[in-house]
Design a protein around this ligand. Structure first.
Ligand code: AMP
Length: 193
């Protein structure tokens, strides 16, 4: 099964992706995680990535497409995968279509987590507080100021993907404002369990 998970920052993508991965035994390909790992490398490129992410800006299409294409060429995806946080622009979606076509693959579904933007800020503040309470590191971009910029990037650059995938007939929209378990159930029925 090959899936894309689409949703604003704080919409619960990471949490839901983990549940889908466990249930279907597929790989979790989070570009946020891949970019944070690349940013932590300490190289000049890593530092530039870190600066962009800290500012809540999107990394360039070329950079992220290259990272995803490389990952798709590696082991561990025979059973399928979920792309969490990719694509995030129409340019990335077109590049993904090309990579998939070259591999003779296609997406089974694009799951959109629909959320109310104004409620997300509370989720981000809660996520940062929870991480802190557990002694885990708090993401540098999980603060209200950067969050607003991430949300703006989503609305301007990523939201057009809803129409892009809608017109291809693969879009499954789910109400992401429900309690977490209900979101999971709704996703399961959208993708046929
Ligand atoms: P996430 O963990 O998905 O919230 O991503 C954290 C940050 O990584 C984003 O705010 C962007 O700076 C960067 N990022 C993740 N995925 C992408 C992508 N597909 N395109 C561009 N930037 C991305």
């Amino acid at each position: 099964m090959r899936l894309v998970l689409l949703g604003a920052p704080g919409s619960g993508k990471g949490t839901q992706a983990t549940k889908i991965v466990d249930r279907h035994n597929i790989a979790h390909l989070s570009t946020g995680d891949m970019l944070r790992a690349a940013a932590a490398s300490g190289s000049a490129t890593g530092k530039a990535l870190q600066d962009k992410m800290k500012r809540g800006e999107l990394v360039s299409d070329d950079t992220v497409v290259a990272i995803v294409a490389e990952r798709l060429g590696q082991d561990g995806i025979d059973n399928g995968y979920i792309l969490d946080g990719f694509p995030r622009t129409v340019g990335q979606a077109i590049a993904l279509d090309k990579v998939l076509a070259e591999r003779g693959e296609k997406l089974d579904a694009v799951i959109e987590l629909q959320v109310v933007a104004s409620d997300l800020i509370d989720r981000i503040v809660a996520r940062a507080a929870q991480a802190k309470a557990k002694g885990e590191p708090v993401r540098a971009d999980d603060n209200p100021e950067t969050f607003k910029l991430r949300l703006q990037a989503y609305e301007e650059q990523t939201a057009p993907l809803v129409d892009y995938y809608g017109s291809k007939g693969v879009l499954k929209s789910v109400n992401g404002m429900q309690p977490m378990d209900q979101v999971t159930t709704a996703i399961q029925s959208a993708i046929g369990n």
